[in-house]
Design a protein around this ligand. Structure first.
Ligand code: ZN
Length: 385
């Protein structure tokens, strides 16, 4: 989820007292520097912040037992003697938000909104936690720090850690981040996604839980919401696209290790719906056609495609079944088995049914499973006049 420890570390001045030159070879923003073995600022900073972070969170209790079980299982994949410096721990932050983050010491924090969203789904928990664990193992906080220092020195060949003349680093908002840092951050997110996917496959959680989680968050309006730290991250669609190769590799690995999918620790893979950008065109004086190309994975049965007058996407607490406002509207729901690799759903709307109510607009397409839970959301372009 969130880019390592950036969320909290950034608001603190970076600790001083270290003086060691670290050679950094010339690199483009896409190249992620290796962390020199003598670099300890990340673990020292984590140790300093740990009491505060612990005080703000609690151990994953019975309510979050699924998360704890999944966490332990994922850690088994990465634990080796050379990494024994990590004090792995899953912590819950009771603030109803939908973020997750990690600290270089191995503590992973999931905010309660996200924890409740994952609920009893081991696969969704694995999608959240594998990404955060990957940030820790890769020492992404340190990489980000080193890269920032490299930029501040104008791409110089060496950076001096702990130089008091360097400004303290703030990565908290995307506004402050330079374009280079933004690119670098996105690259690190994708790398953590990739490692997380393979970690999941090895541990027995189908990789499809990752897009399922992304789509669930997207349906709640995250990814474009600047108030969320997720704004720093590549949007879910871009992530899903760029991760395609790794999905395939991870899916093959999962199938090899867990031939009986239902018996894997995460159970059967979830239904995943990739809904593309809908197109709208005027087909007559007072008729419009809305088309939504979509692709479904692991679907047995049907999904319901709903034209919605929105509002819901602005709220984080999206009701599972979006309704315009409870009033019976025109028939703007369709069922589909979504059987072909690219299924196109078409809504043909005559003028009378084009507006959900006076002054309102159709804003979103929701795809729901047979229990009414949201699987995907796509935003509609404005209807042409
Ligand atoms: Zn992240």
């Amino acid at each position: 989820m969130e880019s390592g420890t950036a969320k909290y570390v950034c608001s603190f001045a970076i600790g001083l007292g270290l003086l060691c030159a670290v050679p950094v070879t010339a690199q483009q923003s896409g190249d992620i520097p290796e962390v020199p073995s003598q670099f300890k600022l990340d673990t020292k900073t984590a140790a300093r912040l740990r009491p505060q972070l612990m005080a703000q969170s609690s151990a994953a209790s019975r309510r979050y037992a699924t998360g704890r079980i999944v966490f332990d299982r994922l850690i088994e994949q990465v634990r080796d003697p050379s990494q024994s410096k990590f004090a792995w721990q899953l912590r819950i932050v009771e603030d109803d938000q939908l973020n997750a983050y990690s600290s270089p010491d191995g503590s992973v924090y999931v905010e309660s909104g996200l924890a409740i969203l994952a609920g009893s789904s081991a696969g969704l928990w694995a999608a959240i936690l594998s990404h955060e664990i990957a940030h820790v193992v890769r020492r992404d906080w340190a990489r980000r720090y080193l890269y920032q220092k490299y930029l501040e020195n104008g791409g110089g060949a060496a950076i001096v850690l702990g130089d008091p003349s360097l400004p303290s680093v703030s990565w908290e908002t995307s506004e402050k981040a330079s374009a280079d840092m933004g690119r670098f951050g996105r690259q690190m997110e994708l790398e953590a996604d990739r490692e997380g996917l393979m970690m999941m496959a090895h541990a027995g959680y189908h990789p499809d839980f990752v897009p399922a989680l992304h789509h669930l968050l997207h349906a709640r309006g995250l990814g474009t919401n600047s108030r969320s730290i997720y704004a720093m991250h590549p949007c879910w669609e871009e992530r899903d696209r760029k991760l395609n190769h790794t999905y395939v590799a991870a899916s093959i690995e999962f199938a090899r290790r867990w031939p009986e999918w239902y018996a894997s620790p995460g159970g059967n893979p979830p239904v995943v719906v990739f809904a593309e950008q809908p197109t709208v065109r005027k087909t007559g004086g007072s008729e419009w056609q809305i088309q939504i190309p979509m692709r479904c994975q692991n679907l047995a049965g049907a999904v319901e495609v709903v034209l919605s007058s929105g509002r819901a996407h602005q709220a984080v607490a999206l009701p599972d079944r979006p309704e315009s406002d409870g009033e019976p509207g025109p028939d703007v729901r369709q069922l589909t088995g979504c059987t072909s690799p690219k299924t196109t759903i078409t809504f043909a709307l005559a003028d009378a049914s084009v507006r959900p109510k006076p002054g309102a607009q159709w804003t979103d397409i929701y795809v729901l499973d047979s229990w009414g839970s949201v699987l995907a959301r796509a935003e509609l372009p404005k209807l042409p006049h």
